[in-house]
Design a protein around this ligand. Sequence first.
Ligand SMILES: [Zn+2]
Ligand SMILES: [Zn+2]
Length: 452
Amino acid sequence: MERLEQLCKNVEKHRQLICDAHDFIWEHAESGFKEWETSGYLEKAYEKLGYTLVKAGNIPGFYTDIDTGRPGPKLLIMGEMDSLIIPTHPKARKDTGCVHACGHHCQSAALLGVAAALKEPGALEGLCGSIRLMAVPAEEVVEFEMRDELRKQGIIRYFGGKQEFLSRGYMEGCDLAFVVHTSYGEGSFESANKGDNGCAFKNAEFIGKAAHAGGSPHKGINALYAANLGLNAINALRETFREKDCVRTHPIITQGGSVPNAIPSKVVVENMVRAATIGAVIGTNEKINRAMAGAAAAMGAGLKITDRAGYSPLHNNFRMNELYCKAAGLLDPEYPIEPGTEWSTACTDMGDVSAFMPVLHPYCKGAAGPAHSDDYEIASVEKACVNSAKIQVLLTELLLENGAAEAKAIVENHTPLYSNLEDYRADLDKLMIDKDAVQMNEDGTITLNYKE
Ligand SMILES: [Zn+2]
Ligand SMILES: [Zn+2]
């Protein structure tokens, strides 16, 4: 119990540092791969604590290592930095519409608190192995075109910050990982789900032919009707989705024509495919592309498919979840929690990390209002940031104490989905599709070309 009190004190001592970071990052909300001010602020704060950083350089974010001096597994602890873009949120930045409506600023502030607490005398006493603290960019997928531009420039390979850091090798040598996300509701902590879906991002451009909608519609090809057929075909496919695959797909039309008296020549459908396995994401994506290509062909329209790999499914490690619940019970005995048993159909790039090592993505309370909504705010910085830092320090302790017995057992009992980056990239590449999917041949046949 004495040790628990000491660990909490180590965090509380840095309450001001944590709160200041919270306030600064909230005020300077930045969307993914643009978190330069956030990253800069954190870099200075970490360096002031005496940390040597490895900076990503051409994108925001960095990591630093702490060695206990005793051999053992390497624990990776992450904090996300990016905001959302919700211009209607009352606290959104006037210039960019950016606002931390998912609470990632609390993760960054809490992780800084962890960094500070681990520098306290005796903090690493009794621990084995090492710890990597990592400030990661871009968890939320927004600004698709900007990210695709970064991709074309060769700056990033994937749209998620953790995916990108993983792909760059920044997680090599790490054996297990966690990130604590902010949430809302009663109590102080919330365990992780069983896991989350993986996903792909989709953009389909139906290409028709403009004509006078009243005078000469017969001279046109209606791209909107082709898109409508495509959406109906997607809906008709839903009965082929198996329950166990937890498939979600939710297309929207982002460009549907320009004026009502012209036949629409260009209609854009943006969509996502989410599923419980990467195989189900790939398979469903293929069906959807076939449906849209068939619909375009039926109308004599063209179809340009631009698909991008999203996140891999997240599998939370059960033992780590149990240890998180244990830590939560020590910090807030009034609200005991149990490991979650539900599978979530949302997605996070923590899933990509879970394809390589045991991970945990649990929650810490303190927010008010549902994430991503206009009502989201932080009701208690103490709960969302200081408590978060405390439970992270305590979870680290539980994993790495006693010769890192728990961490070692977790790693030994875990079979990663991928053992190398090549296999991982090969799967994600199946979701990187740039195709002109419909070709009308002179002999009357139609060639559909919608697969990777
Ligand atoms: Zn979010
Ligand atoms: Zn989030």
